[in-house]
Design a protein around this ligand. Structure first.
Ligand SMILES: Cc1cc2nc3c(=O)[nH]c(=O)nc-3n(C[C@H](O)[C@H](O)[C@H](O)COP(=O)(O)OP(=O)(O)OC[C@H]3O[C@@H](n4cnc5c(N)ncnc54)[C@H](O)[C@@H]3O)c2cc1C
Length: 249
């Protein structure tokens, strides 16, 4: 439950509010997750006046401002596979409000966008400090991070091949298994899987694509829950990775 609302106009002011001792204060992106009913009283720092909704391409990298909405990213993005992952993340109405950083912080293992950005080796700029953290390090550590941090930017490469495939109960449902594959001009290939657990999983980061299917099969060999058995997920993960590699690489 939101009991206190702040809308700072500078990053310094935002960080001061987030660092207050004794008051649980968190950043408010689009608010679609934070506005859900919760018994915990929280104070929020709305990021919308900070000018973090930027998008810039520099040195073959895309710099995505933390408060850019999913729809703004979708409108800019030209890669059909990345467009598909963004569309798969949220419905049209939610995409108008939900931000890229908020989506990554709130993501569970079924998040198509977090899976896609994990394959793309996304880097997060985090304040305070000049820290840059890989999404791969950030996702499993989120819950243990000290409150008060603020993601300002997400950086992904813009010159590489990318593919995204998924299986779900319906085309609009979140994935039971999804696979995202990224390949750099050097041949470096990263494979991320989603659809299970508390965060997407990096199945492979290698100098070439050989072994990607086997890596996906191994990565999900214990991925059983109420939606699917581990045997099913493991087999589908390998098939989806094969489909990714055949379609775009
Ligand atoms: C009807 C409905 C359906 C939904 N369905 C799904 C679903 O199927 N799957 C799903 O995963 N989610 C779902 N959600 C949740 C929500 O839409 C997503 O998690 C959303 O992408 C969160 O983005 P946001 O910008 O609204 O985040 P917010 O609600 O603003 O914040 C989410 C979290 O991120 C933190 N945060 C936000 N910005 C920053 C930042 N810059 N730096 C550090 N921390 C930050 C917040 O403090 C909070 O902990 C649904 C929500 C609604 C209303």
């Amino acid at each position: 439950m939101i009991v206190e609302y702040h809308r700072p106009e500078t990053l310094e002011e935002a960080l001061e509010l987030l660092a207050r001792p004794g008051v649980v204060t968190v950043p408010l992106g689009g608010g679609t997750s934070l506005n859900q009913p919760s018994p915990t009283p929280i104070s929020v720092v709305d990021l919308q006046a900070l000018g973090l909704n930027t998008l810039a391409e520099k040195d073959k990298k895309l710099h995505i401002g933390a408060t850019l909405t999913l729809q703004q990213l979708l409108d800019f993005e030209e890669d059909a596979a990345l467009q598909s992952a963004i569309r798969h993340q949220a419905t049209y109405n939610l995409r108008q409000v939900a931000t890229v950083a908020g989506t990554l912080v709130a993501a569970d293992g079924r998040s198509p966008l977090a899976t896609a950005l994990l394959a793309l080796a996304a880097e997060l700029n985090i304040l305070p400090g000049e820290e840059t953290q890989s999404l791969g390090d950030f996702l499993p550590l989120r819950a243990a991070l000290q409150p008060g941090y603020l993601i300002t930017k997400i950086i992904i490469p813009s010159n590489i091949k990318f593919a995204y495939e998924y299986v779900a109960r319906t085309p609009a449902d979140l994935p039971i298994v999804c696979a995202a594959c990224a390949q750099w001009p050097s041949g470096r290939t990263r494979v991320a899987l989603g659809g299970y657990g508390s965060a997407p999983l990096l199945a492979m980061d290698g100098p070439e694509s050989a072994g990607a299917e086997a890596a996906a099969r191994d990565a999900y060999h214990e991925a059983a829950d109420q939606w699917a058995s581990a045997a099913y997920r493991s087999a589908v993960a390998a098939a989806l990775v094969r489909r990714c590699l055949d379609s775009r690489f």
